[in-house]
Each structure stands twice: as structure tokens, then as C-alpha cells.
Design a protein around this ligand. Structure first.
Ligand SMILES: O=c1ccn([C@H]2C[C@H](O)[C@@H](CO)O2)c(=O)[nH]1
Ligand SMILES: [Zn+2]
Length: 136
């Protein structure tokens, strides 16, 4: 899928898939998985605040819960010109991709493309738990 098409899905999610009664700050995300499937979502806020789910995680969890575990790229569109994923979402992207692309979009024609490792260098991930020394 072309960047502008994935961004279009993220814009649709920002405009139709959020629940943001508290911050009123709307964010949409769309992920393209390695098999070409796409999933989108918006941020969902909760009155006690901390259970709030960002748009990126909504989209990624939809994919993972459908059995898709490898992110090829993710597009993010917020109410700012450029809305970058929070630290928690960067770590979640890290879990399900091999250095996927992160597209920070203002419009379908105005966007910045990064790799996860640009935004989360020297990260901790699943491989780090492969050879855990057992203490029993
Ligand atoms: O990349 C981001 C940044 C913020 N938010 C949400 C969380 C909260 O609902 C609102 C304000 O922080 O924006 C996202 O969904 N993704
Ligand atoms: Zn986040």
C-alpha cells in the first residue's frame, strides 16, 4: 500500500474512531502488516485517565488479535501538524515489528518517514528474554 493510502486510513480513524471527551486531542493510526492487511484505530480515553489507549496501540492490538504480528509500517495522524508516538507505543511497535517504518503525517502529501530504531534506539525487546538464566 502507498504511503498516502495508509495515511488516508489514519486520517479516517482520527476523524471517526476516537473517544476523546477529556483531552479532545484526536489521533488516528493505521498499520500495514507484512501480509498486506491493514488495521486502523483511534485513541480511547477513560475518566480515570491512565487506562487511556493511544491510537497506535488500538490499531496494533486489532491486528495482533486477528493473528497478525509483523508490522511493516504504521502511519500516525494527530491534531498537531506532526504527532509522534509516545514512549509506550514505541515499545509496543518494537514488540511486533522488525524495525518497521513510522510515518508521521500532517496530510497525505506532507509526511515524515522514520524507522522504529530512529525513534527508539538501543531498545529492549523480545530477543532479550530468549536466554534468561533461570534461578531454580
Ligand atoms: O501519538 C500519540 C500521542 C497522544 N495520543 C493520545 C493519548 C491521549 O488520548 C491524547 C492526549 O495525550 O492523545 C495518541 O493516541 N497517540
Ligand atoms: Zn502512545
Amino acid at each position: 500500500m502507498k504511503y498516502n493510502e495508509l495515511i488516508e486510513l489514519a486520517i479516517y480513524a482520527r476523524d471517526n474512531s476516537t473517544y476523546t471527551p477529556y483531552s479532545k486531542f484526536k489521533v488516528g493510526a493505521a498499520v500495514e502488516m507484512e501480509d498486506g492487511s491493514t488495521y486502523s484505530g483511534g485513541n480511547i480515553e477513560i475518566a480515570s485517565y491512565s487506562p487511556t489507549n493511544c491510537a497506535e496501540r488500538t490499531a496494533i492490538f486489532k491486528a495482533v488479535s486477528e493473528g497478525k504480528r509483523k508490522i511493516k509500517r504504521i502511519a500516525v495522524v494527530g491534531d498537531n501538524d506532526y504527532t509522534y508516538p509516545c514512549g509506550v507505543c514505541r515499545q509496543v511497535i518494537r514488540e511486533f515489528g522488525e524495525n518497521p517504518e513510522i510515518i508521521i503525517a500532517n496530510t497525505t502529501e506532507d509526511y515524515r518517514v522514520y524507522k522504529l530504531e530512529d525513534l527508539l534506539p538501543h531498545s529492549f525487546g523480545p530477543e532479550d528474554l530468549k536466554e534468561v538464566k533461570q534461578d531454580v
